[in-house]
Design a binder for this molecule. Structure first.
Ligand SMILES: [Zn+2]
Ligand SMILES: [Zn+2]
Length: 239
């Protein structure tokens, strides 16, 4: 599919009648935008209420942060996710990202907005920024999965959508790299072409999956260096 055809396909999907993206059941009678059907919704496993305030990791103590966030300094002030990555949501994210299944988009946006309100409702970011894709990968995939999420989330939370970051070079597939190569690669991965657009702002950075946090760290650092006041992060799932 060419880029234009993909965009059109995307548009069609956004206007499509409500069908549960998880099981394809028609939602006509119980439709609320961005919801799964009742049966699929009842099966959903969300991250537990007791979770790390910086990354969403489930906690079984009264501590506020997980061990990873205590040991690894995070440049952001708040963070969460909606789901654990293992389980059906991981499959849905991969279908969305690599299979063009944008019918999951409204569902993801709704769940992220709910997670943000529930856990950081008092924090008030001004703008929502997606983790950018390198132009080459953008061209191959036809859309930036994080940009659609960020746009939807900005709309849902009533914030400015601000695609402020630029990917400086195509980083090799991060999953195949070791931790230190990953960090080194990422350090120069992002730039902010228009620093005046982020200056003094509190910015919520959006990605599809939060794994080690290395990508989010590089992105938040770039925003802070460009003059952002503070950053926060959110993802659909915590791996
Ligand atoms: Zn369903
Ligand atoms: Zn954490």
């Amino acid at each position: 599919m060419g880029v234009a055809a993909k965009a059109l396909h995307l548009f069609d999907l956004m206007l499509a009648p409500s069908i549960c993206p998880a099981c394809q059941k028609n939602l006509a009678q119980e439709s609320v935008d961005g919801r799964l059907c009742r049966a699929c919704d009842e099966d959903l496993v969300r991250l537990p209420e007791t979770r790390c305030g910086l990354c969403g990791t489930p906690l079984n103590t009264s501590l506020e942060l997980c061990r990873e966030c205590v040991e690894t300094p995070r440049p952001w002030i708040a963070g969460t996710a909606a789901f654990p990555y293992d389980g059906p949501v991981g499959d849905w994210i991969r279908a969305y990202k690599y299979g063009g299944r944008t019918d999951f988009l409204n569902f993801f946006v709704r769940e992220m907005a709910n997670a943000w309100r529930a856990h950081h409702g008092s924090a008030t970011p001004e703008a929502v920024t997606p983790i950018p894709l390198h132009w080459l990968r953008l061209r191959l995939r036809g859309f930036n999965q994080a940009a659609l999420l960020a746009e939807g989330l900005a709309r849902e939370l009533g914030l400015e959508y601000l695609p402020a970051l630029k990917r400086s070079h195509a980083t090799a597939h991060q999953a195949r790299l070791g931790e230190s190569t990953r960090a080194k690669n990422l350090r120069r991965a992002f730039s902010v072409p228009h620093p005046e657009s982020v200056e003094g702002k509190s910015i919520l950075v959006v990605d599809d999956v939060f794994t080690t946090g290395a990508t989010m760290t590089a992105a938040c650092q770039a925003l802070m260096e460009a003059g952002a006041e503070e950053t926060a992060v959110i993802a659909i799932a915590r791996a």
